[in-house]
Design a protein around this ligand. Structure first.
Ligand code: GLA
Length: 453
């Protein structure tokens, strides 16, 4: 059954990658049915959480299966290729620069993405967040601010010439979030201008849109989705359906069928540089794994790696984002980052976990002690799991992962450390890391030598 489902998934994936994306509605009922079947009851002991299914097994996301199979009622629209089959990788201006965005800044960040090895590691999108605009002209067309003297088309050309892609920001309201809360008065929103703005973005050569609810209208997310698709240009669609105040809209409770609308959707309030903020977002995202799949992923927000935390905390942040199949959108200043930060952001073995083609969001499979979690993510290779031993506590400690909690058979398995880039050897039934640092991780790849159960 697992094998058949996997074959079906691969076959449909091949179809999707060539020709179509699904863009109809997916019923909340099927999502709810899946939730009931696959998720542990709320409040269940985390140690009792069942082992993750083999990739493609019946407990994989119902939403994914429904959309891939293009059931009745969904519409297939021709675009050049599936967008966002794996989580997006790139950089965004907001965390470090806020409203201080300019052509000079964005070009220099694209340069740094290349010179600091980020592009080679897979990062592609250079995303301008809020505050790039200067209202609308007499014809209603969006204008870029004076900080972009050569204009958006020229900036897009520059970024494309580096082999990178360019992202931009808008809102389904009349004023952007910074205009609403930060006094950035030229921040004109896209409400009522969806078609002309989508056409403008396509004309400028934009590859990615972050569409941020703030004080806007949730019903407009689908309007912009359709407008983007109608341009014929593949424009990655990132949305934030939370209003930034007190009204979140994670997929488990959102009235919108988020996976049918966007490639990624924010699941929580804004991240900041504090460890507690990272834990909050991890905990909010942990049980949303059933909604993630190729082309549609939960977004626990941009990365804060290299923004003042310890190296252990930064490694933990990056590891958990990777095992959650989260977007890897750096938020630091790439031009001045330390070698240590560069090493974290470009760790190819950790990035490979995030970018695994199965697109499964990993989850907690064991809680061996207070503030200790074992995370697992099925990977494409046969009988292989990514594992994060996550120590959220204030003291270093030993941690053990049991093969049984990974859904792997008893007996021997090869273990590789993805941060030390070392093969640790073959272990029977379990592996114990002698010391997982406080606010830190040990990240492993475990490959069983026997077939998965
Ligand atoms: C909201 C979003 C942030 C950023 C700002 C810009 O707060 O959550 O990520 O885009 O708006 O104003």
């Amino acid at each position: 059954m697992n094998v058949n489902r996997n074959k079906m998934r691969l076959a449909v994936g091949a179809l999707l990658s060539g020709l179509v994306v699904a863009c109809g509605s997916n019923s909340k009922t099927s999502q709810a049915q899946f939730e009931a079947a696959a998720n542990p009851p709320l409040g269940a002991s985390r140690a009792d959480v069942p082992a993750p299914a083999e990739p493609g097994a019946s407990s994989s996301p119902a939403g994914t299966a429904g959309r891939e199979a293009l059931p009745g009622g969904e519409v297939a629209m021709a675009v050049p290729a599936i967008l966002g089959a794996t989580p997006p990788m790139g950089w965004n201006s907001w965390n470090t620069f806020g409203c201080n965005v300019s052509e000079v800044l964005i070009k220099s960040m694209a340069d740094a993405m290349v010179s600091r090895g980020m592009q080679a590691a897979g990062y592609r999108y250079v995303n301008i967040d809020d505050c790039w605009m200067n209202g609308r002209d007499a014809n209603g067309k969006l204008r870029w601010s004076a900080n972009f003297p050569a204009g958006m088309p020229a900036l897009a050309d520059y970024i494309h010439s580096q082999g990178l892609k360019i992202g931009i920001y808008e809102v389904p309201a009349d004023r952007t979030c910074a205009a609403t809360y930060g006094g950035y008065t030229p921040g004109a929103g896209s409400l009522g201008h969806e078609v002309e703005d989508a056409n403008t973005f396509a004309e400028w050569g934009i590859d990615y849109l972050k569409y941020d609810l703030c004080q806007g209208q949730r019903s407009s997310f689908a309007v912009m989705r359709d407008a983007l698709r109608a341009t014929g240009r593949p424009i990655f669609y990132s949305i934030n359906p939370g209003n930034g105040q007190n009204d979140l809209c994670p997929p488990a409770s959102c009235a919108l069928d988020l996976p049918s609308i966007a490639n990624i959707w924010r699941i929580g309030f804004d991240i900041n540089t504090q460890w507690t903020s990272w834990l909050r977002l991890i905990d909010e995202n942990a049980n949303l794994y059933s909604y993630a799949g190729p082309g549609h992923f939960n977004d626990p927000d941009m990365l804060e790696v290299g923004r003042g935390a310890t190296a252990d905390e930064d490694r933990a942040h990056f590891s958990i984002w990777a095992i959650m199949a989260a977007p890897l959108l750096a938020g630091n200043d790439l031009r001045s980052m330390s070698a240590a930060t560069e090493t974290i952001l470009t760790n190819a073995e950790v990035i490979a976990v995030d970018q695994d083609p199965l697109g499964i969001q990993g989850r907690v499979v064991a809680t061996p002690g207070t503030d200790l979690q074992v995370w697992s993510k099925p990977l494409t290779s046969t009988n292989t799991r990514a594992v994060v031993l996550f120590n959220r506590s204030a003291a270093a400690t030993a941690m053990t992962v049991q093969w049984a909690t990974l859904g792997l058979p008893a007996g021997s398995a090869l273990v590789r450390d993805l941060w030390s880039h070392t093969d640790l050897g073959s272990f029977d039934d379990a592996y114990t890391a002698a010391s997982v640092p406080s606010h830190g991780v040990v990240m492993l790849r475990v490959t069983s030598s026997a077939p998965a159960q």
